[in-house]
Design a protein around this ligand. Sequence first.
Ligand SMILES: [Zn+2]
Length: 183
Amino acid sequence: MRAPARWLNLVGEAEYRDEAEAQLAKPGDAVLVVRGRTRSVVMACPDGCGETLVVNIDPRAGKAWRIDTRGEGLTLYPSVWRDGGCESHFIVWRGFLIWCDRFTVGNSEPRYDPSIEESILSAMDVSTPLTAAAIADAIDEIVWDVNRAANRLVHRGLARSWKEDATWFFVRVGDRTNGGTCE
Ligand SMILES: [Zn+2]
């Protein structure tokens, strides 16, 4: 079996799915389908099974992923998970393909930039739980970047997180403005 792709390789744009599919040559190749607005990302399944995956970007056409073209490559949120067939499950983050189940050995992530932490803490609230997506919207950053940094803040005791209905929520811990203790 061929090694899975580790990078989503954006090879072009097309107006329709069949034109997009014609441009796919190897696993991990992807084409944006754009008609007036971005409709979908068509990709050759990165595990090498030979199937074509269509990730819908257009909320008017049903369940839609977020797309972000900032950074070294494409970002999709949430993760892409095939229900049937090869059942591939992966994250597309700044072009990196991060495998969630198989092939996890060899995963590498985009470089960590700690400068995002301060704005995340400012966007978090001590009482209102926010998702990583909501925080990312508030500070105009990439959701996976925010998610990773928010989890590091949790590890350092500066934030708290918990899962509710398959979604993670974050709150800031304590009051950072005076740093005082209750006496
Ligand atoms: Zn596959």
